[in-house]
Design a protein. Structure first.
Lengths: 187, 145
């Protein structure tokens, strides 16, 4: 396995995992959406195999960003650029039932480039056998995220809320955020 | 060669497996393999290798997972593997970096329908009969990287 600067992490701290669906599947899962009682969205991104283990990198993204990926506004690599807190969990699953799961915590900057998708790689419905289940799950979360943001902005900017300009202001904020991210990518 | 399937134990765990539209064929087929042709994963069904991240997750297509994935042409086999490598170039550690050409004969086993979908073009599942020896029918090999 590729060497990565990482610290041990308790696998059980990821919560009780359950599969929502595969985002990429051919013969085996390659990119899978998992939920847990702690994280509503965990992306399991297959990374590497050796004789004893299958390695997956695991990361959390927001529902809005996953939706952007599904709608092809983000490539797979851009989705990785939007990982929450730039935190990545590296999970080595043993091939044999007798083995134990090894889990580590690291940062996006330490992920080997070989694990990362090429620049142009994006979502493809034909590779995603569970697209309906995934979209239904994500749409609910996106709605919740939007409501939370509106509540936050209402608290921060009550005057805007009273003037009925809240949605426009949030939209403007999104555009500014997107522009600054693009500038960061160019740098 | 007898008509008993090589992976009978695996198949018996799935209903109607192989399906009735699986037929013996005389053809060249192409399979992803490791450079070391004696690697046990080269001709072992996915179901028996076990690569799911959670023990509790059932295989998506258990019957197919008890067979061997193949392609109808070198080009289709190569294109699919290279497309997966765009997601993660370490994919060669999972499926190998070599494409082996196998001369299948009707007495070797049964083949499923060949996919015509863009993303799985030329892919089919092969269920070998008991006694099948893949190493004896490799007619060519191409290493990709």
């Amino acid at each position: 396995m590729k060497g990565i600067e990482k610290a041990p992490f308790k696998y059980s701290a990821l919560g009780n995992l359950s599969k929502v669906g595969d985002l990429v599947y051919f013969l085996d899962p390659m990119l899978t959406l998992i939920r847990s009682d702690i994280y509503p969205i965990l992306i399991f991104d297959w990374s590497e195999s050796d004789i004893d283990y299958e390695r997956w990198i695991v990361y959390e993204v927001s529902a809005t960003n996953l939706n952007n990926y599904l709608d092809r506004h983000f490539t797979h690599l851009e989705l990785i650029h939007h990982i929450k807190d730039k935190t990545i969990y590296v999970v080595d699953y043993p091939r044999s039932d007798a083995g134990t799961v090894n889990c580590f915590k690291t940062e996006t900057k330490f992920i080997p480039k070989e694990y990362l998708p090429k620049l142009h790689v994006e979502h493809d419905d034909d590779e995603c056998p569970d697209i309906e289940e995934i979209r239904a799950y994500i749409n609910n979360l996106v709605k919740e995220e939007k409501e939370k943001r509106i509540q936050l902005w209402q608290r921060k900017f009550p005057a805007l809320s009273e003037a009925g300009k809240l949605e426009i202001a949030i939209h403007a904020g999104d555009i500014i955020n997107k522009q600054s991210r693009l500038l960061q990518l160019e740098i | 060669m007898s008509q008993k399937y090589l992976y009978e134990n695996c198949l018996s765990g799935c209903a109607d497996c192989p399906p009735t539209d699986y037929v013996p064929r005389f053809m060249y087929s192409y399979r992803w393999t490791f450079e070391d042709i004696t690697d046990y994963k080269n001709f072992t069904p996915m179901q028996l290798i076990g690569e799911e991240p959670y023990a509790s997750t059932a295989k998506r297509s258990p019957c197919n997972s008890c067979g061997l994935s193949m392609f109808d042409s070198l080009e289709n086999a190569e294109n699919r593997l290279l497309k997966l490598s765009e997601r993660d170039e370490m994919i060669f550690t999972r499926y190998g970096n070599t494409i082996s050409e196998l001369s299948l004969k009707v007495e070797h086993g049964t083949c499923g329908p060949v996919s015509t979908k863009e993303n799985t073009l030329g892919h089919f599942t092969f269920h070998p009969y008991d006694g099948w020896n893949p190493l004896a029918i490799i007619s060519d090999r191409k290493t990709l990287n």
